[in-house]
Design a protein around this ligand. Structure first.
Ligand code: MF3
Ligand code: CO
Length: 262
């Protein structure tokens, strides 16, 4: 991933474009979500997302993404089931009752990016899995609520961590949130942990993708031989929620949120 130093501030016009691509991202993710049920394969979900991008004349920033010598990413969504944390490659795996699946989806349009993820139950799931999903979503919103001009960058991760650990879960360290705009990954990196009150001051016009990955067991990560799929080392469940959010003078604006979404 190419993270430089400087955080770009988006103009009003740029924010309008990010709002538009953010809404497409959220809408398509909602449609994907409706298709999750036992028997569906992750490859079918990917195919649906690809068609929806085409139909709307949008591009996928995930397809063929190849940071730092990784093999080009072969799909338009990441589909990470159960102990898979992020970057699961869609394929012939059939979802079954009781699974949880993280769907991570990005869109590029007119040079701007949206990025969002949601973890969805397949049919009815265990009480522990339900608790994990709720805590992970809430930890995302704890982070979002810190996105106010004058606060500091590390206030976001500190709040995410506090909620996730307060619910008895652990927070993944190996992957982080990020600035987003003309690139899918822009500075700064936004960890989901740390002490508050550190780092740059947050300013109106910054746009960040916040994406806590929360584990039932240890935070340790294993990468599979495909070069992409990140799983928990202990085989326990992991959840992932993400939104693209603009910092405005009126507070955080969740650009990838649509009616009824996470
Ligand atoms: N949404 C992810 C992120 O923020 C996924 C990108 S990996 C890709 O890092 F290969 F799928 F593009
Ligand atoms: Co992201």
């Amino acid at each position: 991933m190419s993270y430089g130093e400087r955080i770009t501030l988006k103009s009003r016009r740029e924010l309008d474009q990010m709002r538009e691509v953010g809404q497409h991202t959220g809408e398509i993710l909602m449609k994907l979500r409706e298709r999750v049920q036992p028997g569906v394969t992750t490859g079918e979900l990917n195919e649906f997302a690809g068609k929806e991008l085409n139909r709307r004349g949008l591009n996928s920033p995930f397809l063929n993404y190849a940071p730092g010598g990784l093999p080009p990413y072969p799909a338009v969504i990441c589909a990470s089931v159960n102990d898979e944390i992020v970057h699961g490659i869609p394929g012939s795996r059939e979802l079954k009752e009781g699974d949880i699946i993280s769907l991570d989806f990005g869109v590029e349009s007119h040079g701007f990016h949206g990025d969002s993820a949601v973890t969805i139950p397949v049919g009815s799931i265990s009480t522990e899995a339900e608790k994990l999903l709720k805590a992970t979503r809430e930890s995302l919103y704890e982070g979002i609520n810190e996105m106010v001009p004058g606060k500091r960058l590390s206030d976001i991760g500190a709040s995410v961590q506090k909620r996730a650990e307060g619910e008895g879960f652990s927070v993944v360290r190996q992957f982080v949130g990020h600035g987003i705009g003309r690139e899918m990954h822009e500075p700064p990196q936004v960890p989901n942990y740390g002490s508050p009150g550190r780092g740059q001051r947050l300013k109106a016009g910054m746009v960040l993708a916040i994406e806590p990955m929360v584990n039932v067991g240890s935070e340790k990560v294993r990468i599979l031989d495909d070069g992409w799929t990140a799983t928990t080392v202990d085989g326990e469940l992991s959840a992932h929620f993400e939104h693209t959010i603009a910092i405005t003078d009126a507070g955080p604006e969740v650009l990838t949120k649509v009616d009824g979404s996470h």
